[in-house]
Design a protein around this ligand. Structure first.
Ligand code: ATP
Ligand code: MG
Ligand code: MG
Ligand code: MG
Length: 463
């Protein structure tokens, strides 16, 4: 069988030819003139292929009634020019094989727009909708483009662990991993029980691969990791998941300016790639979800970020007449309402905020000469807010030690991290880019639960 996307990309080559397609019936229309029209979608693209059935063909007549919405079929026929305006070609059916019939009275996906809340309750069927299908294809292309970008920039893909004793210091709340059974767990507060556990120590699901990526950056020069990340974010927001995907580049002999430039090139590359390869899906989102979508994507492609310091950002927010729920104040983190103001009103494009207060950020970020700020960067985009968090890392052993003491980090657990600063230390930097935040940005979807196949949030881990 051929994929519909392939046929539609090469209509002139397949014109008049016999083809076979396999997919799911979206709708059927029976016209009086003895003809029925099927819209068949095979997931390869947004567009359905129109199948024309002549009901008087003996092998089709008996079958037509059973070609209901949701049924899976294989269609053999000839590709012909379509007289209709909505498509250039259609498939004149000669033979149809019904694989799996769907009872139209029970099929949850009726021909109407369902709410996203409802679709989440049928995660096993929602990828058959236009929206979730398009999201899945965009996630795929985005992941592929990210890999291509880093590979072309000379980064090596390293696989950092999922289970670790490191909690990456305050990046988020951690999930405990244990091999203890429920009865043993009842007493798990007792330190001695860790000894019975497979790992002999408290272990967690990774909240970031950064610290391990640093090890490899200080050996291979440029590396990235790309995998699932876990944070027990115990609140319901439209941009936090308990399980999400993050790409984390890390490079040696590089400073914050290099980090900013890398993030800039990365966003430009990936957005350009999507505009080229996911055009139909993006247009769908521009039409049905976010009218300003294509403009904001083109702006990323054509304009550099606005780079401002945290101090400048706070001053700007203070001067604005915007009625924030939390007024901005030097020393506290930017709220999502602040991030949106900066990208949607103040600058109308992505903004990189750099040099955050030392006490706001984790111990590994490099302390600036002022002693008050660290070489951090948050890249913010319209509608979503923070999509990238990064920094230059503290490469000076003494300063790192001071930071660890100041923040109460266990010198024992992170001895290896300190030791990296004793043997051939080098300036280095990196960032974490949240895949789902990026998908939110390029689709305009407001809720992060719609941009991942199986969202994990408080109370939700089914499917
Ligand atoms: P936020 O301020 O939005 O909570 P963060 O500063 O805690 O994010 P980082 O530790 O900097 O996040 O992680 C790097 C990137 O990972 C973020 O910029 C974001 O794109 C993404 N990210 C972080 N937490 C989540 C989450 N819970 N769900 C989805 N993506 C996330
Ligand atoms: Mg957070
Ligand atoms: Mg943040
Ligand atoms: Mg951050």
């Amino acid at each position: 069988a051929l994929r519909i996307a392939h046929i539609l990309r090469n209509t002139s080559a397949f014109q008049g030819k016999d083809v076979v397609v396999q997919g799911w019936v979206r709708t059927r229309r029976d016209s009086k003139a003895g003809i029925s029209f099927l819209e068949v979608n095979d997931g390869s693209c947004l567009t359905n292929l129109q199948v024309v059935l002549e009901r008087d063909r003996p092998n089709l007549a008996a079958l037509v009634e059973r070609l209901t919405t949701g049924s899976s079929v294989e269609v053999r026929g000839t590709l012909t020019p379509s007289p209709g305006k909505r498509q250039s070609v259609e498939l004149l059916a000669r033979d149809i094989l019904l694989y799996g019939w769907t009872d139209p009275a029970r099929y949850p996906l009726q021909k109407k727009r369902h709410s996203f809340e409802f679709l989440r309750t049928i995660a096993h069927l929602r990828p058959r909708t236009n929206t979730l299908g398009a999201v899945a294809r965009i996630r795929n292309r985005l992941s592929y483009a990210l890999h291509t970008f880093f590979q072309e920039e000379g980064f090596f893909y390293v696989h950092t662990p999922i289970i670790t004793t490191s909690d990456c210091e305050g990046a988020g709340d951690v999930f405990r991993v244990t091999t203890l059974n429920p009865t043993e767990l009842e007493h798990a507060n007792d330190e001695s029980l860790y000894a019975q556990d497979f790992f002999h120590k408290p272990t967690f699901l990774t909240v970031s691969g950064q610290l391990q990526a640093e090890i490899y950056a200080l050996a291979l020069g440029k590396v990235y990791t790309f995998g699932p990340t876990f944070r027990a974010e115990n609140s319901n927001t439209s941009r936090h998941l308990a399980e999400f995907w993050m790409v984390e580049p890390e490079m040696a002999f590089a400073d914050l300016d290099d980090d900013l430039a890398l993030a800039q090139r990365c966003l430009q590359y990936v957005v350009s790639d999507l505009l080229e390869h996911s055009w139909d899906d993006l247009q769908f989102f521009a039409r049905f979800v976010e009218p300003g979508l294509l403009e904001s994507l083109k702006a990323v492609k054509e304009q550099p970020f606005e780079v401002i310091s945290y101090t400048e950002a706070v001053n700007l927010l203070k001067k604005s007449k915007e009625p924030f729920n939390f007024p901005a104040e030097w020393g506290s983190d930017l709220q999502s309402e602040h991030e949106r103001y900066l990208t949607e009103k103040a600058f109308r494009r992505p903004v990189a905020v750099i040099n955050f207060p030392r006490d706001l950020k984790p111990f590994y970020m490099r302390v600036n000469d002022d002693g008050k700020t660290v070489a951090a960067m948050d890249v913010l985009v319209p509608r979503v807010g923070e999509i990238i968090g990064g920094s230059q890392r503290e490469e000076r052993r003494d300063m790192l030690l001071e930071q660890m003491n100041r923040k109460g980090i266990s010198l024992e657990s992170y001895a290896w991290y300190l030791e990296l600063r004793e043997y051939g230390s080098a300036p280095h930097c990196g960032f974490g880019l949240g895949l789902e935040r990026f998908v939110q940005f390029v689709t305009g979807l407001g809720n992060i639960r719609e941009v991942i196949p199986f969202p994990r949030t408080p109370g939700h881990a089914d499917f």
